[in-house]
Design a protein around this ligand. Structure first.
Ligand code: PGA
Length: 253
């Protein structure tokens, strides 16, 4: 294992009302209280963020949002700015999730603007990338990842990106129960890390955390986490139940 502190992040997607989110967050707080040497983050839906932030007080669990808009304010009906997220207690924000790319038309260019907005508000972006099944079958995995990383991080320099987290999530593994094998995941992570080395240099590439996402469960987390370039997990389905999620946090036990 590397010296990078693992990050286990839960993406609750469009699940849980505010009330349900507070219940789950409070339970999780009790369950992972004793966790050391691992960071934990949960990303509830926007409307639950403030309540969950209150419920998490006194714990080390970080709060993340699932999206933001890059403008600071203005006539952008339905959108949320980075400053608004900071105000309700967020330290992280998931950007460019494949569901946002697929259902909401997000592009590498809009993701780039969102990463910039997050970093300028001192939010930690969890920048998601990953190939579809068709792209993998066509042998395009590395070229897809290469483009997503280059365009998503276009015009940044090393100094801008401090804290950035990357999440490799093969689209065919999200919510399908089909996890990438540890070899497939490691190969992709290694590719991304070496690309980040080329773009931003070794100190950045060796410090940046690259999470794996896609059907991570208590029974597969450990083998994935043993791989040298996998620094954590971005978890959807298995993050909804606090007991199950806490097993991921204690992947080492
Ligand atoms: P999953 O989702 O764990 O349900 O596959 C992962 C994600 O979308 O981040």
């Amino acid at each position: 294992m590397s010296s990078r502190t693992p990050l286990i992040a839960g993406n609750w997607k469009m699940h849980k009302t505010g009330f349900q989110a507070v219940e789950a967050a409070s339970q999780l707080k009790r369950l992972v209280n004793r966790a050391t040497d691992v960071e934990v983050m949960i990303a509830p839906t926007f409307t639950a963020l403030y309540q969950v932030a209150q419920a998490l007080k006194g714990s080390t669990i970080a709060l993340g949002a699932q999206n933001l808009y890059w403008e600071k304010q203005g006539a952008f009906t339905g959108e949320i700015s980075s400053e608004m997220l900071v105000e309700v207690g967020c330290s992280h924000v998931i950007i460019g999730h494949s569901e946002r790319r697929l259902f909401f038309g997000e592009t590498d260019a809009s993701i780039n603007l969102k990463i910039r907005a997050a970093l300028s508000a001192s939010l930690i972006p969890v920048f998601c990338i990953g190939e579809t099944e068709a792209q993998r079958e066509a042998g395009e995995t590395f070229s897809v990842l290469d483009k997503q990383v280059r365009d998503g991080l276009k015009d940044f320099v090393f100094d801008d990106l401090s804290g950035l987290v990357v999440a490799y999530e093969p689209v065919w593994a999200i919510g399908t129960g089909k996890t990438a094998s540890k070899e497939q995941a490691q190969e992709a992570h290694q590719f991304v890390r070496s690309l980040l080395d080329t773009l931003f240099g070794k100190p950045f590439a060796s410090a940046v955390r690259i999470l794996y996402g896609g059907s991570v469960k208590p029974d597969n987390v450990r083998v994935l986490m043993e791989m040298p370039d996998i620094d954590g997990a971005l978890v959807g389905g298995a993050s909804l139940d606090p007991e199950t999620f806490s097993k991921l946090v204690f992947f080492n036990e």
